[in-house]
Design a protein around this ligand. Structure first.
Ligand code: RAT
Ligand code: ZN
Length: 431
């Protein structure tokens, strides 16, 4: 099975050919190059097999993805409380029944499940999930991971690793075997936004910190980050920030960012990834599915990029209304790398709009997409859809430059795709 539904490149296709391409061959050349480009998935919630049950995969996890849970409550009479009382398997059955049997799976997240089932030759419209369950149960995880990465056309997946995560922290403490296809990321949400609820965890681990981050706290948070840098070898540090994020301001978050996180990132040579725009728990009854979106004030980002020119920022914004500003800021600050079309933006119509705007304003100096996958097999459909959406946009850009008077070769296309999907990230994270 292919990473895309595009036509397979003819055997012996020379992706390095400098021959100018006739305009009518550009689309196919872009499709072929996209199928052949192995991507770095720079933000996922996947785990390497060494993390055991923290790594989610298989049909029950695919169906209970929080994107599908929020759609489920729109098509079922079941209340959230009744749903949360069910076992995972019962929840998956309920979602299958409501969204795939009683309705046609037209949304992006439901189509994704159909595409995954199809890729494994499993029934896409059966009344129950028996065949899919027995297929996934029979897969040894190590080889299954390799197969899924090959199907998705992925080179590496970047994890999201929370040192204060209840189960994850102890896995790291006991030492984790590195997997060549998974890179670590030091996620800071609990330390930044969750400081008041989590500072004691640092104190328990032997760091001399207090509730208001005074006294030795800053030096001790830096020591904590250094210890976790050593333990995880992360490729960047990361935080998700609410739409109300301001910087600088009189707050513990601002203090920790400016005095601990940014200096540590600089010293360690790591970028800081900021995902801005979540409006947390708009509907707490539906738990993880209950977060929304708000338009952020990106002057916070302007202040960060200008005042910390030695730091590098990987940034994704959740609100559609913030996308243009993000591109404009990227034109002002070369320490800012826009990335991905995140969460509610990861739908073909919006990916198309955002990517066109980014190409027009930034050329190839951005990272078009990450999967944000929480369940292993999601990368198959997410990357397939990304390639399908991007192919015509890129092809059109190449046709336009030809029309303007500059010819384009397969070598140009190959170089550009490599920059977009691999080297923009790899250069910034120096790995
Ligand atoms: O897209 C998602 O799955 C969200 O729930 C978030 O996890 C977001 O991607 C994040 O990393 O905070
Ligand atoms: Zn995420």
């Amino acid at each position: 099975m292919e990473a895309t539904s595009f036509k397979r490149p003819a055997p012996g296709t020379d992706f390095c050919s400098a021959e100018p391409l006739p305009a009518d061959q550009i689309q196919v050349a872009v499709e072929e190059a996209l199928s052949a480009t192995k991507v770095v998935d720079m933000h996922t919630h996947l785990f390497s097999p060494a993390f055991g049950d923290l790594g989610l995969w298989g049909i029950d996890e695919l169906l209970t993805y929080h994107y599908l849970e929020s759609e489920f409550f729109r098509s079922s009479e079941m209340t959230p409380e009744q749903y949360w009382a069910l076992s995972k398997r019962e929840q998956a059955d309920a979602i299958w029944q409501a969204l795939f049997v009683e309705n046609t799976p037209l949304s992006e997240a439901t189509r994704g499940v159909v595409a995954v089932l199809k890729m494994f030759d499993l029934p896409t419209e059966g009344p129950d999930l028996a065949e899919a369950r027995s297929f996934f149960q029979a897969q040894p995880i190590e080889t299954h991971v390799e197969r899924v990465f090959a199907m998705a056309g992925m080179k590496t997946a970047v994890m999201t690793n929370d040192p204060l995560g209840p189960e994850e922290g102890s896995v790291w403490m006991h030492g984790v075997e590195r997997h060549p296809s998974f890179l670590a990321v030091l996620r800071l949400d609990r330390i930044l936004w969750g400081w008041s609820a989590h500072w004691r965890q640092l104190a328990t681990q032997g760091y001399d910190v207090d509730q208001n981050a005074t006294g030795k706290s800053i030096a001790e948070v830096r020591r904590f980050l250094a210890d976790w840098h050593e333990r995880m070898q992360p490729v960047y540090m990361a935080a998700s920030l609410p739409y109300t994020f301001q910087f600088p301001e009189e707050s513990v978050v601002s203090l920790l960012l400016s005095k601990a996180v940014l200096p540590s990132c600089h010293e360690m040579g790591l970028p800081l990834s900021l995902m801005i725009g979540v409006r947390r728990q708009v509907n707490p009854r539906i738990r993880l599915a209950g977060d929304g979106v708000g338009r952020a004030d990106l002057t916070a980002l302007e202040n960060l990029c200008r005042d910390y020119p030695e730091n590098r920022f990987l940034v994704s914004v959740l609100s559609r209304e913030n996308q243009h500003e993000l591109c404009v800021y990227a034109r002002k600050f070369n320490n800012l790398m826009p990335f991905g079309c995140w969460w509610f933006l990861n739908n073909p119509s919006i990916v198309e709009e955002i990517t066109r705007e980014r190409i027009e304003l930034l050329g190839t100096s951005f990272i078009p997409q990450h999967s944000d996958a929480r369940v292993l097999e999601q990368v198959i459909y997410k990357w397939r859809n990304t390639r399908a959406t991007l192919a015509p946009i890129l092809a059109r850009s190449y046709r336009w430059v030809c029309r303007d008077g500059r010819q384009v070769s397969r070598r140009d296309i190959q170089r550009d795709l490599h920059r977009l999907f691999c080297s923009n990230f790899e250069r910034w994270t120096s790995h």
